[in-house]
Design a protein around this ligand. Structure first.
Ligand code: ZN
Length: 452
């Protein structure tokens, strides 16, 4: 039975709303460790998720057999009716524009034209490029996916899209006086050209590992902190971005609840989440069939929006801005980020460094956590340097920094004019691909704690 007919049947049976999301995934995953191929997986999967709203109850049912969609739809309807009887409070959906459109994200080098051997020899080539005497272990991973989706809603939208993605990581272990570890990644939507970006990152990975092997332990205290675009991306995603997700806001778990229209950052700060940007979090339509669009969240330091799907948009009195994303066809969509960025400012890197009498320059991510309800964060940089009298001096080990998200956004003293995006995965608990980025950012009065 055609998807539209299944949707129409559900509407005729009295469903207040329903949608069907059909997906096909083609994936390749390869890992290479110290010259040995550890993983080579190629696979294809497909499935569909039916979502039904009956009064205030949501029902969800999935199938991998498209032929049985009508029965799956009936299961979702029964579940929605059952859940309606035990759900308190009202459910609604914000109005959206209706689309009948297909948008495919282009590939410069089509993944399907690159055979498996070529993908493996690409990893071996990368390995050769970082095979230096001080590098004691090299681990490389490559993942590509081509995701085809069709979403049909009872409002009349029918959207189709193809999203190709590539991600490569490189983990290096080095030995000097101590043992150190660096991680480099490259990822975005697009074709095999995305993987080739890793060629431009091998030198900086080696340089960072070399710096770490010579690093001293970090000072601690409250001081200015200059962060690189990767840490800027991590900070605005983890410390700020999760607090802008509509479902977190409506469930009372966000430090930004009730703060629309209020100043939450220094005046020069612009933060936006943009699924139309060429990054790992790009998509043409969200998983409710709402067209992707830029979402400016902070403008001139003022919180101007949250990220919302249709239901949380309705609860907050906002139009959906395309915030619904599901990990795959097995699960329902949640409110998620895409490509979260801080807009560049007007300072050169040299001007930012010159502005610091004694502080830290931190680069890349080693780990960290943030609490969107309390609005606090703690991150560890992969590499850091001391800044003394406006100059970068010696490398430091294990620099971690922590603080209040909103205080730190308010304490931003300088924003660089450069820009970079970094691919990563966000877990909530479903995993989706995202990018985070921005310029170099100088923040005053950050608590830095060194560990030996
Ligand atoms: Zn996240």
């Amino acid at each position: 039975m055609p998807t539209e007919m299944v949707v129409n049947n559900l509407s005729e049976k009295g469903a207040d709303y329903c949608d069907i999301r059909k997906e096909k995934w083609q994936e390749t995953f390869i890992t290479l460790k110290d010259g040995t191929l550890e993983t080579v997986i190629q696979g294809e999967e497909r499935g569909a998720m039916v979502r039904v709203l009956w009064k205030n109850g949501w029902g969800y049912a999935g199938t991998s057999e498209f032929e049985t969609l009508a029965r799956t739809a009936d299961r979702a309807l029964s579940m929605a009716k059952a859940l309606n009887t035990c759900r308190e409070g009202e459910t609604g959906l914000s109005e959206v524009e209706i689309y009948d459109q297909e948008i495919n994200i282009p590939m410069k080098e089509n993944i399907s034209d690159i055979d498996l051997e070529e993908r493996i020899s690409f990893l071996k080539d990368l390995e050769d490029r970082v095979n230096e005497p001080f590098v004691t272990s090299i681990e490389l991973g490559y993942r590509d996916s081509i995701i085809k989706k069709e979403i049909v809603t009872s409002d009349g939208s029918r959207v189709r899209m193809e999203i190709p993605k590539v991600f490569v990581y490189m983990a290096l272990l080095g030995k000097g006086d101590s043992i150190q570890h660096v991680l480099e990644t490259a990822g975005s939507t697009g074709g095999f050209e995305v993987a080739r970006h890793m060629y431009h990152k091998t030198d900086s990975a080696l340089q960072r590992l070399n710096h770490l092997l010579k690093a001293k332990s970090s000072p601690s205290g409250v001081m200015p902190l200059l962060i690189d675009p990767i840490l800027t991306g991590l900070f605005i995603h983890e410390a700020f971005g999760h607090a802008t997700e509509g479902d977190i806001v409506t469930s009372g778990g966000s430090c930004l609840e009730g703060k629309l229209g209020q100043k939450v950052a220094s005046e020069q700060v612009i933060i936006r989440d943009d699924p139309t940007l060429d990054g790992y979090g790009r998509f043409p339509f969200d998983d409710e069939g709402v067209k992707a669009r830029n979402r400016t969240l902070v403008k001139n330091g003022v919180l101007v929006s949250y990220i919302v799907d249709r239901e949380n948009g309705w609860k907050l009195g906002l139009e959906s801005n395309g915030g619904a994303r599901a990990e795959d066809f097995r699960v329902r969509p949640l409110v998620r980020m895409s490509n979260m960025v801080m807009e560049p400012g007007d300072k050169t890197f040299e001007e930012l460094v010159e502005d610091v009498d004694r502080g830290i320059y931190a680069q890349s991510v080693k780990g960290g956590q943030a609490n969107p309800a309390k609005g606090t964060f703690q991150f560890t940089a992969q590499v850091a340097h001391l800044i003394e009298h406006g100059e970068i001096t010696h490398p430091l080990l294990n620099v971690s920094f922590s603080g209040s998200t909103l205080n730190s956004l308010e304490n931003i003293r300088g924003i660089g004019k450069d820009f970079d995006l970094n691919a990563s995965l966000c877990r909530k608990p479903q995993t989706v691909t995202v990018s985070g980025g921005g310029p170099h950012v100088l923040i005053d009065a950050v608590t830095v704690g060194g560990r030996s």
